[in-house]
Write a protein that binds this ligand. Structure first.
Ligand SMILES: [Zn+2]
Length: 331
């Protein structure tokens, strides 16, 4: 079976089928760049199967295989967060990458114990527009159960509020957006810090779609909340966001390098499951199935959501480009 990172004739067929839906200008609101040698040993297995140095050029070339050549205008680039990674080092690398790609903006990785001096210095870069907290820096043993405040400290909200920064947040806990604690903290902090802008990644981590569908009402009406579509392979969570917030709050994101994984993430029972060789024996599936890349599955979900909502071409263009341009202040 073809692996991760490959681009097969099936992948090309699916991308060609999506080409009519994807607009001419695509801004990727969620992409991770990294160098394998900067990550703690051993790097995640699927990263080891791909390029050792993921520069803006590599990301652009890979993404354009999926969305169409010449379409990627820029992206919100961020380091790849892993437990125990050297936050200062990967942030320095991000600044170098931003200097190589003038149409992109960046998000700095932050941990609860981030060095304030280093962070302030990195924020001097004119195209650093966002902060990226991550649950793997939470002190809790099972970091997937972390409460928001354990990995997104209040100082980060204050900083974002002072400087109009975006906070790219991957919420966790079993209920994600339907978790009452997550809901309370999001509402309280967004109101207390109205100039901070919250980007709820992965459709508010709607990998279990009903979490976003049920939870969205609790944050409806907040003026400083956006969403990205990255990694989401089902339409339901995207539809819920479009209904509650409209296309000026939803942004296409690839979650590169996750977009290069062969498989799909699906709602199962009370949770979600990433279908890939570690969780599913594709060879045993009858009738036979040829899996495609997560990035293409995610584009199909976004297209399905756009069709269900009857989005105009202009609205689709907002989701793929204009909303991000307005949020990040890019061109
Ligand atoms: Zn991500």
């Amino acid at each position: 079976m073809p692996g991760n990172w490959q681009f097969t004739s099936l992948d090309a067929e699916i991308a060609a089928d999506l080409a009519e839906f994807v607009p001419e200008r695509v801004f990727d609101a969620h992409a991770h760049l990294y160098r394998l040698r900067d990550l703690p040993e051993p790097p995640p297995a699927f990263l080891q199967e791909g390029p050792a140095k993921v520069t803006p050029r590599v990301w652009r070339a890979r993404l354009e295989r999926q969305v169409g050549r010449g379409r990627v205008t820029g992206g919100l680039l961020m380091p790849f967060p892993t437990p125990g990674c050297d936050v200062a080092l990967v942030n320095r690398r991000l600044l170098e990458d931003l200097d190589r790609d003038e149409a992109s903006v960046g998000a700095l990785l932050i941990a609860p114990d981030s060095d304030c001096v280093e962070l302030t210095a990195a924020l001097e870069h004119p195209r650093v527009v966002a902060l990226k907290p991550y649950h793997c820096f939470s002190p809790r043993a099972s970091t997937q159960d972390s409460r928001l405040g354990e990995y997104l400290p209040e100082w980060a909200w204050r900083l974002a509020n002072e400087r109009g920064l975006v906070i790219v947040l991957h919420v966790v806990r079993h209920g994600a957006l339907s978790d009452p604690g997550n809901q309370r903290t999001i509402v309280a902090m967004c109101r207390r810090y109205p100039s901070a802008r919250l980007q709820l990644a992965h459709a508010a981590r709607g990998f279990h779609a009903p979490n976003t569908v049920r939870g969205i009402a609790a944050i409806e009406g907040l003026e400083n909340v956006w969403f990205d579509s990255s990694g989401i392979c089902e339409a339901a969570a995207l539809v819920a966001i479009l209904r509650a917030f409209g296309p000026s709050r939803l942004m296409f994101g690839s979650d590169f390098p996750v977009s290069e994984i062969r498989g799909r993430c699906v709602t199962v029972g009370d949770g979600f499951l990433w279908l890939y060789p570690e969780t599913l024996d594709w060879q045993a599936v009858q009738p036979p199935v040829r899996p495609t890349l997560v990035g293409l599955e995610s584009l199909r979900a976004l297209r399905a959501a756009a069709r269900i909502m009857g989005l105009s071409r202009a609205a689709v263009q907002r989701v793929f480009h204009d909303t991000a341009r307005d949020l990040y202040g890019t061109r």
